[in-house]
Ligand binder design. Structure first.
Ligand SMILES: NC(=O)c1ccc[n+]([C@@H]2O[C@H](COP(=O)([O-])OP(=O)(O)OC[C@H]3O[C@@H](n4cnc5c(N)ncnc54)[C@H](OP(=O)(O)O)[C@@H]3O)[C@@H](O)[C@H]2O)c1
Length: 255
């Protein structure tokens, strides 16, 4: 029985990933902050899919987060076959107006934590000769986004970091995938107060759809997954358009 560790499973894309992996017969380690939701999720997944589910209550913005998670994994003597670095959040607005403390927490979680946990788990995957890592980026990984400057920069880091790891592992049994969703119907937009923006009113995907595509492609060892034709076109256009134009379009989309 293989084991997957997924961060941010109490809602949205992470929740859909937990259900997909359980349905595929994986044992699970779930990570998030809300213990009550994790406990309910553990019971529901165990009952529905008859897999073993453990959870870790952890705020991933804390510097000690990756170390504490590894301490539990070592204590349980579990081999992690698949890692899904999914947890994330947004802080939107013009950079002079946004909350710096939230942005620094975001950098801690999207960059510091993802880097540290990936390194610590990769060491074991290398010893075992097998591993799948999926890091959740965003279409913002490709598009520097006015009114979402720090978020899109952290997501660009995630994609650059993951692409580089692909180069290091090449044909080994370890594959690293970046998932770059666009607007997806989760709690993410409401938490960042951007649920009424143009971005979240057109071509919004269901998390189960995003995860179905991502799961299939990560298991094939694909480097990059951009779910949905609209998101693919957005990324292609962003590559050929001058930044002055993407800047104007992004501001419009975020209104
Ligand atoms: N939804 C979109 O439109 C969209 C688009 C592109 C990319 N993404 C990316 O997709 C990923 C998942 O987002 P989502 O849309 O599923 O959002 P979501 O519904 O808000 O879920 C976020 C998950 O992350 C967890 N989380 C948040 N802050 C945390 C912290 N400090 N420590 C530990 N866990 C934390 C939350 O659990 P707790 O609150 O229980 O901790 C929750 O389970 C994120 O990386 C996001 O950037 C989303």
């Amino acid at each position: 029985m293989k084991t997957v560790l997924i961060t941010g499973t109490t809602s949205g894309i992470g929740k859909a990933f937990a259900e997909k992996f359980a349905d595929e017969g994986y044992d699970l380690i779930l990570v998030a902050r809300n213990e009550q939701k994790l406990k309910q999720q553990q019971a529901a997944l165990q009952e529905t899919y008859h897999v073993a589910v453990k959870y870790i209550v952890q705020d991933l913005t804390q510097e000690s987060a990756a170390g504490l998670i590894m301490a539990d994994i070592d204590k349980w003597k579990v081999t992690i076959d698949v890692l899904v670095n999914n947890a994330g959040f947004n802080e939107c607005g013009f950079f002079v107006d946004t909350r710096l403390d939230r942005e620094l927490e975001m950098i801690n979680m999207h960059i510091r934590f993802v880097t540290e946990l990936t390194k610590r788990i990769l060491v074991h995957m290398k010893e075992n000769g097998y591993g799948r890592i999926l890091n959740v980026g965003s279409t913002g990984s490709f598009i520097p986004s006015p009114t979402d400057a720090v978020y899109s920069a952290t997501k660009a880091y995630i994609m650059s970091f993951s692409n580089a790891l692909c180069g290091e592992f090449g044909k080994a049994g370890i594959k690293v995938t970046t998932l770059c969703p666009g607007a997806t119907e989760t709690e993410f937009a409401a938490k960042a107060n951007i649920q009424n923006t143009l971005l979240f009113r057109i071509a919004v995907m269901k998390p189960e759809k995003v995860v179905g595509i991502a799961y299939r492609k990560m298991m094939k060892g694909r480097r990059l997954v951009i779910p949905g034709i609209y998101n693919k076109l957005l990324v292609i256009f962003s590559k050929v358009m001058p930044i002055s134009l993407t800047n104007r379009i992004t501001i419009l989309m975020m209104k």
